[in-house]
Design a binder for this molecule. Structure first.
Ligand code: HEC
Length: 209
């Protein structure tokens, strides 16, 4: 079994093992220098995908640390509080944009791969993990279905604020979420997030049909 493991997976297991031994996790001492060197030797920089992507931030470090064991309650609180502190709500107080543009953003997985044009806006790739409309049957199910999202959750500012925050930084609500931190990591702009909000909330959006 062990010999059939993928080298990258082995390297990740080594990191998890090392970090588990290391006790307290800081951003700088997450990975042993020798492990980091092996990792860096296993990947090559291509386009925008530079080796800087191998450096984990504090949240990722903690999630790696607890990848194979339950996350203690105080660490959950630490991760969600760190996530929450990053959220920037729209300066104009307006959460909504254009659902048709939102649908295109939800469909697009372009933007962060080594071969993608950095000058072009990134997509959200929401369908990779969520069902949104009934028309798109090629969707993943790692995340919950968002079909009828607005219809089910209503149209009040509390739920809009939560949803904005969730898209901005999912870690604020679910420690070690697999959902990308779209706002916090600068993947999507505020305007793009507003378009996605409309896809979820606009009664005319196919999400709510
Ligand atoms: C890699 C998988 C993944 C991607 C891509 C992803 N999500 Fe998620 N999403 C999740 C998971 C998993 C959850 C469940 C809660 C959690 O673990 O954070 C979730 C939860 C949510 C929720 C909260 C639902 C609720 O009922 O509280 C919303 C809203 C949401 N996602 C919107 C989006 C949007 C919009 C996009 C695209 C910009 C997106 N997600 C992309 C995995 C993903």
């Amino acid at each position: 079994m062990h010999s059939r493991r993928h080298p990258i997976r082995n390297a990740i297991l080594v990191i998890v093992g090392f970090v588990a031994l290391a006790g307290e996790v800081g951003a700088a001492d997450l990975v042993a220098p020798s492990v980091q060197k092996t990792l860096e030797a296993s990947f090559s920089a291509k386009g925008q995908a530079t080796l800087a992507r191998l450096a984990q931030d504090k949240t990722q470090g903690l999630c790696t640390h607890y990848a194979t064991s339950p996350i203690p309650a105080k660490v959950v609180t630490e991760i969600t509080a760190m996530g929450f502190a990053t959220i920037k709500y729209p300066a104009d107080g307006e959460y909504l944009g254009d659902w048709q543009r939102g649908e295109q953003i939800a469909q697009s997985g372009l933007g962060k791969q080594s071969s993608d044009d950095v000058e072009k806006p990134a997509g959200g790739n929401c369908y990779a993990c969520h069902e949104l409309t009934k028309a798109e049957i090629a969707h993943g199910n790692l995340g919950p279905s968002l079909y009828h999202y607005g219809k089910l959750h209503g149209d009040n500012d509390v739920v809009k604020k939560y949803t904005w925050g969730k898209i901005y930084n999912a870690e604020a609500f679910t420690a070690c979420s697999s959902m990308p931190r779209f706002g916090h990591k600068g993947i999507l702009t505020a305007a793009q997030m507003k378009d996605l909000m409309s896809l979820l909330f606009d009664p005319r959006s196919p999400v709510n049909q």
